[in-house]
Design a protein around this ligand. Structure first.
Ligand SMILES: Cc1cc2nc3c(=O)[nH]c(=O)nc-3n(C[C@H](O)[C@H](O)[C@H](O)COP(=O)(O)O)c2cc1C
Length: 235
């Protein structure tokens, strides 16, 4: 698959067929993710790939605790409530997803069901728990950057093989459960997880294409011939 096409077409997949994903395919995907750039080639990432019974235990533990009102227990700092443009964009994608799924704004039961799906990692056959070396925790911003690059690589490599994925912060909201079931070593910090599997073509949310800001809103070009005049004019 052409890289541009994969980057254009990729979207988060939140509905999966029950078909298992062969370990060999997952190994290929992780080998490609491992090619990500990192600060001074430190490669601080670790992927713990769960399926079957251990994944069911994670789903169950995560869901039960969230339902019981156990406070979120992440190993990274919480981003808190988004505000301003970030909140606007958050609402926009939620509206798109809810519309696709036929979830009315005031339908509390269906909304709750959607949130619970997230805690169950959308019932994906595979969950990749993404961790970084704890020794870098105090300098974690750069390690987070490295892991973001590797995780995006993983998702794109999966996509180019026909696999669907969603980076799923909800899946590690009860990180002690993940840590215990997956036996995450003490010298690693859980950052996020990726729910992964074969896309269910009939699942309407899978067709949702989230919007992006155009280049003129995300980038400035300085020193290019055609911007010299506008810079001079103080624009
Ligand atoms: C760090 C991170 C955490 C995310 N956590 C969740 C999540 O818990 N649940 C979910 O449905 N999507 C989650 N997503 C997916 C985003 O909602 C999605 O990437 C965004 O809306 C853009 O849509 P797209 O991936 O289809 O382009 C997460 C993405 C990132 C990068």
């Amino acid at each position: 698959m052409d890289l541009d096409q994969a980057m254009q077409d990729r979207r988060s997949i939140r509905g999966f067929t029950g078909d298992p994903v062969p370990r060999a395919v997952l190994e290929e995907v992780i080998a490609l993710a491992n090619r990500a750039p990192s600060s001074m080639n430190t490669q601080p990432w670790h992927f713990h790939v769960l399926t079957g019974e251990p994944l069911e235990r994670v789903r169950q533990g995560n869901s039960e605790r969230m339902l019981a009102g156990v406070p979120v227990q992440r190993e990274i700092m919480d981003h808190g409530e988004y505000e301003g443009v970030h909140r606007t964009r958050q609402i926009e994608i939620a509206v798109q997803l809810f519309e696709a799924m036929g979830i009315e704004r005031h339908d509390k039961a269906k909304r709750q069901d959607w949130v619970m799906r997230g805690f169950r990692q959308f019932d994906a056959p595979v969950s990749v728990v993404v961790c970084f070396d704890k020794s870098l925790e105090d300098r974690s911003t750069i390690a987070h950057f490295d892991l973001g690059a590797a995780t995006y690589g993983l998702v794109l490599a999966a996509w180019s093989r026909g696999l669907g994925a969603v980076i799923n912060g909800q899946g590690i909201m009860q990180s002690p459960v993940v840590r215990e079931v997956a036996q995450i070593p003490d010298d690693q910090v859980i950052l996020t997880c990726v729910a992964l599997g074969w896309p269910d073509e009939g699942f309407s949310a899978n067709a949702v294409k989230s919007r992006r800001r155009p280049v003129e809103n995300t980038a400035r070009f300085i020193g290019f011939d055609d911007t010299a005049e506008s810079l001079k004019a103080g624009e």
